[in-house]
Design a protein around this ligand. Structure first.
Ligand code: PLP
Length: 401
């Protein structure tokens, strides 16, 4: 069969518009397409390939597990799931774990748990969910409605209700809106899709205090910020604020689809038998891989390495900017970084992405004004420098076009 990009338009639902090339092989932070052209990967499958492509330890773990048992469903538990859950509880505030297959599903579980907890403990009136404009929590109907871009949830009929949005970093707006009817506040500890926006320390501490005052649960969506990406295992650890529920996906499986919701025993007990579930959640293949990812990422070698690589990225991007004057800010943390386009290039992030791809560099955008980088946490310094020089070439073409 002749597999080309045109085949996508023939046979796939048209909700995506993938690039013209089709990668067929990856190793570390390099990818090769069907023609054998090599790319440097600063996109990491949208902040997923935390240990790069085909990391030998992950390949070995997946192969070994594939010869033991693939799937059991939750009628039976399995060893990789239990080991991974134990390690996640040891490494975080959490005491209990629920496994899912994607970020959206982990968030769906978190939101349902928060509603159920509030209804059980305080009554049906306590159901308001507060979230933030430009936030992103996935594409199920509940999560996309909690997400802060109405355009993504419009046009599908009646939406889940009692969901309100305010601006990120606006503590006084939260103070005005929150009440004893609020059951949860959901936020990303760095807004990823919304433009790589960090919370101010006072804001995030204030959110925690207001949740405590009104018996509302604080849900941190760490689907993008989690598992080492910021240089801490989870971003909350660098913020000095502990959530009640945390969701993690993307990097957790290093490319194998798996997600988890973490919480405390007293909250978890409200998801009683039969209240929620998933056929694939806690699948042994995914859990075996994620356990290995966690073992590797949760080491000072990798986490300290992220901080060093952040400096390398920032220094390189600032140097590029001295010459081309196209960014107003380099923001984010660890290896979740955003180069914010200044007024002259406002709205043109996609032009930079396309120009980078033409120089054999994969990067991401986060909205129309931010070029985003979310590479492997173990990308070599050499690949970072080579990627940045390709990016500089791309920029030289955009600014002279
Ligand atoms: C913060 C955040 N939450 C949730 C999601 C949804 O994850 P998934 O696409 O795995 O459902 C994403 C995806 O980009 C995300 O960045």
């Amino acid at each position: 069969m002749n597999v080309t990009r045109d085949l996508f338009d023939d046979v796939m639902v048209p909700n995506y518009n993938p690039a013209a090339i089709i990668p067929v092989k990856g190793l570390g932070s390099r990818l090769w397409d069907q023609a054998g052209t090599e790319f440097i990967d600063f996109a990491g499958g949208i902040a997923v390939n935390v240990l790069g492509h085909c990391h030998p330890e992950l390949v070995k773990t997946l192969q070994e597990q594939s010869e033991r048992v693939w799937h059991l469903s939750n009628v039976l538990t399995n060893e990789p799931a239990l080991r991974l859950a134990k390690k996640l509880t040891q490494a975080t505030f959490a005491e209990k774990v629920y496994f899912a297959n994607s970020g959206a599903e982990a968030n769906e579980a978190a939101l349902k748990l928060a509603r159920r907890y509030a209804v059980d403990k305080f009554g049906a009136e306590k159901n308001q969910i507060i979230a933030f404009n430009q936030g992103f929590h996935g594409r199920t109907f509940f999560t996309v409605t909690v997400g802060g871009q109405a355009a993504y949830s419009d046009g599908f009929g009646p939406k889940p209700s009692a969901i309100d949005h305010i601006d990120y970093n606006d503590l006084s707006a939260l103070e005005t809106l929150i009440s004893d009817k609020t059951c949860a506040v959901m936020m990303e500890p760095i807004q990823g899709e919304g433009g790589v926006v960090s919370p101010e320390t006072e804001f995030v501490k204030g959110v925690r205090a207001l949740c405590d005052k009104h018996n509302a649960l604080l849900i941190f969506d760490e689907v993008q910020s989690g598992m080492g990406r910021t240089g801490d295992l989870y971003a909350y650890m660098g913020l000095d604020v502990v959530p009640d529920i945390l969701t993690t996906a993307k990097s957790l499986g290093g490319g194998f689809p798996i997600a988890a919701m973490l919480t405390t025993t007293s909250i978890a007990e409200h998801l009683k038998i039969g209240t929620h579930g998933s056929t694939y959640g806690g699948n042994p293949l995914g859990c075996a891989v994620a356990e290995k990812v966690l073992d590797i990422v949760n080491t000072s070698e990798v986490l300290e390495g992220v901080k060093h690589k952040e400096t390398l990225f920032r220094t390189g991007l600032e140097k590029i900017n001295t010459q081309y004057q196209c960014f107003s800010d380099i923001r984010g943390k660890g290896l979740l970084l955003g180069a914010v386009l200044n007024e002259q290039y406002a709205g043109r992030s996609r032009d930079f992405l396309v120009a980078a791809a033409a120089e054999n560099l994969m990067c991401l955008v986060a909205g129309a004004n931010v070029v985003r980088f979310a590479p492997s946490l173990v990308i070599s310094d050499e690949d970072i420098l080579e990627g940045l020089s390709r990016f500089e070439l791309a920029i030289s073409k955009v600014v002279s076009s």
